[in-house]
Design a protein around this ligand. Sequence first.
Ligand SMILES: [Zn+2]
Length: 354
Amino acid sequence: MKEFNLPLFMKVKPDALKELKDNLDLYFPDILGKRVLILTTDGLLQKLEKKVTLMLSQLKEYEVVTVESSSYDYAVSIAKKISMEGIRMIIGFGGGTALDTAKYAAFVANVPYIAIPTALSNDGVCSPVSVLFSKGNRTHSFTSKTPDGLLIDTDIILKSPRLLLEAGVGDIISNYTALYDWELDCKYNHGQPNDFAYMLSERALNALLYSDIKSFTSQEGVKMLAQSLVLGGLAMQIAGSSRPCSGSDHLFCHALDELFDHGLPHGIVVGIGTIGAAWLQKREYRMLLDFLKAYGIDINPKRRGITEVMFVKAWLFAREVRKERYTVLNNMEMMPRRMREDMFKELYAMMCRI
Ligand SMILES: [Zn+2]
């Protein structure tokens, strides 16, 4: 039977950071008083000074390191530091860069990892994957570990930039098209999606889509977003791949990342990719648009700075990004390039009217 590693604790509440010591004492008594490494992002220590003071006051022996880059080599150098210096635990305090680096370093050095996100911009917060730069501008998803503990302080998240919260929502709606692509893949390869992973991913989507809260700028809204992102991460762990949360929607995003310096957060591009993917899948997407409108999230590609040329090139290239993954894009392979170009231009025009 397959075994899964769930976090030992997960607190999503105002002032959750206050509970760090209690949870460490309860779940990691052998680490009490031992050396802990805190990996964080430049500027956060000043920006969240009060919270940082609160966190450090609960630890005995610690070292704070500001992450230098989100590269594979840097994450491995942190793992080496942990092993060489007898560090017993790593805490990631920050956004994706700090968390993915801390997660991978903990995985390599085989020490517990506690995640304290300061933003909720994607479903990597509780996934067993670290996205790191491997060669130059190219990122790669490395097998990593889920956090052993998760503290989501909603006061901190509410202070994070709105764009990052919008990105978090965008990353969740892609579950809609990712699940459909996963089913297509299974049909093509005579497999079957994992039922529990499928259910968790669907629940993560529906909890947000059909909630009455319709705001992520309140304590309740942040809590709901956090829970959906965590459920998505667990779905990926159970499936043993990112398939429950990543389909042609994400292939569009990866293609755009590879081809252009666009500066948009992952979840925003994924949100745009999701509407495109739903259109290509010939499925209902009106409820996604209504939902995004209710949350005030703009996924008009033109207004987000994506030109028609960028949009069409990314969709044409998307199929090449992960060739082993069967998605709705495979159904268009026989179509002449000219026709595909026209189809993506039509999609762009439609999305620019949103
Ligand atoms: Zn994603």
